[in-house]
Design a protein around this ligand. Structure first.
Ligand SMILES: Nc1ncnc2c1ncn2[C@@H]1O[C@H](COP(=O)(O)OP(=O)(O)O)[C@@H](O)[C@H]1O
Ligand SMILES: [Mg+2]
Length: 265
């Protein structure tokens, strides 16, 4: 672990005994997790295990059915300042330009125009969209649309960034570029990042810790300390520990997929 990560790295988010039901469907139960001040925790699990639901609960958009989620000691009951989310399907307004999409959260939060005029160009440039300020989402590739979604979240200068499979809808090469760019942006201003994915490789590549969700209802099956050297880059993908962890998580999730197949039969 790097010096920065271990120094004063206090718990920010505490999930205690959390369960979520939609009517009769118990999606997850008895989830206990903590997230620290400056770390990237990836959450991996099969489709439908409740990853999006869990992020929405942390964001305060959905109430939990059991247990509590607290940020900085305060139980979450509604969305709060300092927490931003990046959505799987970009969540951009098609009728707004890049500039206005990036500035949307700031405007909604009542930021003064001077602040918006300063932050929007800064974050637009940071994500590599300089020159596209007046473009509409339909004029952008999927990767660029997600850069825009990321800039909108970063412009809020969140201390907690929630990412829901942010790169699932972009092609493989773009995805890899965005993964490393995001790690680079994070290292300039480390925060608590919770990154949900169904990709085992992405979970191991991006995470300081990987949380594996499993079961129906799902629950935390394992928490893995990744301990891969920083900075993570393309060479990480051929690191022996990377392969070891990927195979380990793969084995865990395949057991479950096989069990599910037998149940269906
Ligand atoms: N608003 C909802 N009402 C009822 N069921 C839902 C709702 N949202 C999600 N679900 C169900 O809850 C389960 C978990 O969904 P979700 O959190 O989207 O999983 P994941 O993100 O891991 O794919 C799924 O079975 C899904 O169909
Ligand atoms: Mg989801």
């Amino acid at each position: 672990m790097s010096e920065i990560a271990s120094e004063g790295n206090e718990t920010r988010i505490e999930i205690s005994g959390v369960g979520k039901r939609y009517g009769n469907l118990q999606v997850f139960k008895d989830v206990n997790l903590t997230f620290n001040e400056r770390e990237i925790v990836t959450i991996v699990g099969p489709s439908g295990c409740g990853k999006t639901t869990l992020l929405r609960c942390i964001d305060g958009l959905l109430p939990v059915s059991e247990g509590t989620i607290a940020i900085d000691g305060q139980t979450i009951t509604e969305p709060r300042e300092g927490v931003s989310m990046v959505f799987q399907h970009f969540g951009l307004f098609p009728w707004k330009t890049v500039r206005h999409n990036v500035g949307y959260g700031l405007k909604l939060a009542g930021a003064p125009k001077t602040e918006i005029d300063e932050k929007v160009p800064y974050y637009t440039k940071l994500v590599g969209l300089e020159g596209f300020e007046d473009s509409y989402p339909y004029q952008l590739s999927g990767g660029m649309q997600q850069r825009c979604g990321l800039a909108r979240a970063l412009a809020m200068e969140p201390s907690v960034l929630l990412m829901d499979e942010p790169f699932a809808a972009v092609d493989a090469q773009t995805r890899e570029i965005l993964q490393f760019e995001l790690l680079n942006i994070w290292s300039m201003r480390p925060m608590t990042m919770i990154f949900v994915t169904h990709s085992i490789e992405e979970a191991v590549l991006m995470g300081d810790r990987v949380v594996v969700l499993r079961g129906r209802p799902s629950s935390v099956f394992e928490i893995i300390d990744v301990n891969l050297p920083a900075p993570r880059d393309r060479s990480t993908l051929s690191h022996p520990r990377f392969s070891e962890l990927r195979e380990h998580v793969w084995g865990t999730l395949m057991d479950e997929a096989r069990a599910a197949e037998f149940e269906l039969n």
